[in-house]
Design a protein around this ligand. Structure first.
Ligand code: DQA
Length: 144
Protein backbone atom coordinates (compact mmCIF):
# COMPACT_ATOMS: atom_id res chain seq x y z
CA UNK A 1 0.00 0.00 0.00
CA UNK A 2 1.37 3.40 -0.96
CA UNK A 3 1.38 6.24 1.53
CA UNK A 4 1.33 9.79 0.20
CA UNK A 5 1.67 13.14 1.93
CA UNK A 6 -0.56 16.04 0.90
CA UNK A 7 0.79 19.40 2.07
CA UNK A 8 -0.83 22.79 1.60
CA UNK A 9 0.91 26.01 2.53
CA UNK A 10 -0.07 29.49 3.69
CA UNK A 11 -3.62 30.76 3.17
CA UNK A 12 -4.87 27.55 1.61
CA UNK A 13 -6.90 27.01 4.80
CA UNK A 14 -9.01 29.90 3.45
CA UNK A 15 -10.06 28.06 0.29
CA UNK A 16 -13.76 28.37 -0.40
CA UNK A 17 -13.83 31.96 0.82
CA UNK A 18 -10.51 33.16 -0.64
CA UNK A 19 -10.83 34.78 -4.09
CA UNK A 20 -13.18 32.05 -5.36
CA UNK A 21 -12.96 33.42 -8.91
CA UNK A 22 -9.28 32.40 -8.85
CA UNK A 23 -9.18 29.44 -6.48
CA UNK A 24 -12.67 27.97 -6.83
CA UNK A 25 -15.40 27.46 -4.29
CA UNK A 26 -14.32 24.21 -2.65
CA UNK A 27 -12.90 24.34 0.86
CA UNK A 28 -9.65 22.57 1.67
CA UNK A 29 -11.63 20.06 3.74
CA UNK A 30 -13.77 19.27 0.70
CA UNK A 31 -10.72 18.87 -1.54
CA UNK A 32 -9.04 16.61 1.01
CA UNK A 33 -12.24 14.54 1.38
CA UNK A 34 -12.33 14.02 -2.42
CA UNK A 35 -8.69 13.00 -2.35
CA UNK A 36 -9.26 10.60 0.54
CA UNK A 37 -12.16 8.98 -1.29
CA UNK A 38 -10.11 8.64 -4.47
CA UNK A 39 -7.11 7.25 -2.56
CA UNK A 40 -9.17 4.73 -0.59
CA UNK A 41 -10.49 3.25 -3.84
CA UNK A 42 -6.87 2.68 -4.89
CA UNK A 43 -5.69 1.27 -1.60
CA UNK A 44 -3.54 4.31 -0.93
CA UNK A 45 -3.14 6.04 2.42
CA UNK A 46 -3.07 9.85 2.49
CA UNK A 47 -1.70 12.02 5.25
CA UNK A 48 -2.95 15.59 4.81
CA UNK A 49 -1.41 18.66 6.41
CA UNK A 50 -1.86 22.42 6.06
CA UNK A 51 -0.01 25.20 7.81
CA UNK A 52 0.56 28.91 7.48
CA UNK A 53 3.99 28.41 9.01
CA UNK A 54 6.99 27.59 6.84
CA UNK A 55 8.72 25.99 9.84
CA UNK A 56 5.76 23.73 10.59
CA UNK A 57 5.67 22.59 6.96
CA UNK A 58 9.38 21.76 6.98
CA UNK A 59 9.02 19.89 10.29
CA UNK A 60 6.05 17.91 8.97
CA UNK A 61 7.73 16.91 5.71
CA UNK A 62 10.97 16.00 7.46
CA UNK A 63 9.14 13.88 10.03
CA UNK A 64 6.88 12.07 7.55
CA UNK A 65 9.01 11.65 4.42
CA UNK A 66 10.64 8.41 5.55
CA UNK A 67 7.32 6.61 5.75
CA UNK A 68 5.88 7.98 2.49
CA UNK A 69 6.32 7.24 -1.20
CA UNK A 70 5.31 10.63 -2.54
CA UNK A 71 4.26 14.18 -1.82
CA UNK A 72 1.47 16.28 -3.35
CA UNK A 73 2.52 19.82 -2.50
CA UNK A 74 0.82 23.16 -2.94
CA UNK A 75 3.29 25.48 -1.24
CA UNK A 76 1.06 28.56 -1.69
CA UNK A 77 3.17 31.71 -1.64
CA UNK A 78 6.18 29.71 -0.38
CA UNK A 79 6.42 28.57 -4.02
CA UNK A 80 7.90 31.92 -4.90
CA UNK A 81 9.98 32.60 -1.83
CA UNK A 82 11.15 29.54 0.04
CA UNK A 83 14.68 28.35 -0.52
CA UNK A 84 14.25 26.46 2.78
CA UNK A 85 11.38 24.40 1.34
CA UNK A 86 13.35 23.82 -1.87
CA UNK A 87 16.34 22.61 0.18
CA UNK A 88 14.06 20.33 2.21
CA UNK A 89 12.65 18.72 -0.95
CA UNK A 90 16.14 18.26 -2.36
CA UNK A 91 17.48 16.80 0.88
CA UNK A 92 14.69 14.26 1.29
CA UNK A 93 14.33 13.34 -2.39
CA UNK A 94 10.70 12.35 -1.85
CA UNK A 95 8.98 12.15 -5.27
CA UNK A 96 6.96 15.37 -5.37
CA UNK A 97 4.33 16.81 -7.65
CA UNK A 98 3.69 20.51 -7.14
CA UNK A 99 0.09 21.66 -7.52
CA UNK A 100 -1.39 25.10 -8.05
CA UNK A 101 -5.11 25.66 -8.30
CA UNK A 102 -4.54 28.72 -10.47
CA UNK A 103 -2.37 29.04 -13.55
CA UNK A 104 0.59 30.78 -11.96
CA UNK A 105 1.93 31.62 -15.44
CA UNK A 106 -1.14 33.66 -16.34
CA UNK A 107 -1.10 35.92 -13.28
CA UNK A 108 1.25 38.48 -11.73
CA UNK A 109 4.77 38.05 -13.03
CA UNK A 110 6.19 37.21 -9.58
CA UNK A 111 4.02 34.08 -9.49
CA UNK A 112 5.45 32.61 -12.66
CA UNK A 113 8.72 31.73 -10.92
CA UNK A 114 8.56 28.66 -8.71
CA UNK A 115 11.60 28.01 -6.54
CA UNK A 116 10.19 24.75 -5.22
CA UNK A 117 9.21 23.29 -8.62
CA UNK A 118 12.90 22.86 -9.42
CA UNK A 119 12.89 20.03 -6.87
CA UNK A 120 9.62 18.47 -8.08
CA UNK A 121 9.03 15.73 -10.65
CA UNK A 122 6.38 17.90 -12.26
CA UNK A 123 3.85 20.65 -11.80
CA UNK A 124 0.08 20.80 -12.29
CA UNK A 125 -1.15 24.39 -12.49
CA UNK A 126 -4.41 26.00 -13.45
CA UNK A 127 -6.65 22.94 -13.34
CA UNK A 128 -8.33 23.80 -10.05
CA UNK A 129 -8.95 21.16 -7.41
CA UNK A 130 -8.68 18.39 -10.03
CA UNK A 131 -4.96 19.12 -10.13
CA UNK A 132 -4.57 17.48 -6.72
CA UNK A 133 -6.21 14.32 -8.04
CA UNK A 134 -4.02 14.25 -11.17
CA UNK A 135 -0.91 14.69 -9.04
CA UNK A 136 -1.97 11.89 -6.72
CA UNK A 137 -2.83 9.62 -9.64
CA UNK A 138 0.63 10.13 -11.09
CA UNK A 139 2.37 9.37 -7.79
CA UNK A 140 0.27 6.26 -7.18
CA UNK A 141 0.74 4.85 -10.69
CA UNK A 142 4.41 5.57 -11.22
CA UNK A 143 6.58 2.48 -10.89
CA UNK A 144 9.51 3.56 -8.76
C1 DQA B 1 -1.30 29.03 -5.39
C2 DQA B 1 -0.63 30.12 -6.24
C3 DQA B 1 0.31 30.97 -5.39
O1 DQA B 1 0.90 31.99 -6.19
C4 DQA B 1 -0.45 31.63 -4.25
O2 DQA B 1 0.44 32.34 -3.42
C5 DQA B 1 -1.25 30.66 -3.46
C6 DQA B 1 -2.00 29.63 -4.18
C7 DQA B 1 -2.35 28.24 -6.20
O3 DQA B 1 -2.75 27.18 -5.73
O4 DQA B 1 -2.77 28.68 -7.27
O5 DQA B 1 -1.38 30.78 -2.25
O6 DQA B 1 -0.31 28.11 -4.95
Amino acid sequence: MKRLLVVNGPNLNLLGAREPEIYGSLTLAQIEARMQEWARARDCELRCFQSNSEAAILDFIQAEAGAAQGLVLNPGALTHSSVALYDCLRALALPTVEVHLSNIHAREEFRSRSITAVAALGVVAGLGASGYIYAMEYLIDRDE
